[in-house]
Design a protein around this ligand. Sequence first.
Ligand SMILES: [Zn+2]
Length: 178
Amino acid sequence: MTPEGWAAQGVQFGGGMSEARHEHTFVWDGEELLPCVCGADMMAIESVLTAAADDSRRVAGEGHYTGCRLRQESETVELWMCDAPSRILRALEAMHHGVYLIHNDAPRPYTTVLELMDALPVDRLKAEGIHIVRVGPTHDGYLHVSVMGDVPTAQARLDAMYAEDVAQVKYGEPAIAC
Ligand SMILES: [Zn+2]
């Protein structure tokens, strides 16, 4: 029966959830990661997404690439870039059609975040009572800083040092060596 035929009988034509809306669910059964009920295999999806992520970094280049996150459940790569021109957006779409979920409004590229990270005067801040236990770039172009102690004080100090909208301070405990 045609879609029109079904519609005439008051039945909507189509399979359950649309492909775009379905989010995979992968369950660890204690020994292995089971495929989604739809048959999708996490490792297979991940290898496709990893290739797309690598390409995004190469195509966007150091001046525009900020970060990305693999979303296996929706088979997409969430990609943050800083003012990438439309030719880059078109090139990525041509290489991996429909794979990228792009945010082109990141505040700065990844390389700049690394420079800011390198410039962080950890010892000087420690002498001021701000004990940094972890630091690293976020996917979306900020500097993540974990501190032991008072978060608002550390945030204010880093805002004054860099600029507001650079460091995102959270509370953290030092990693335990094992
Ligand atoms: Zn699925």
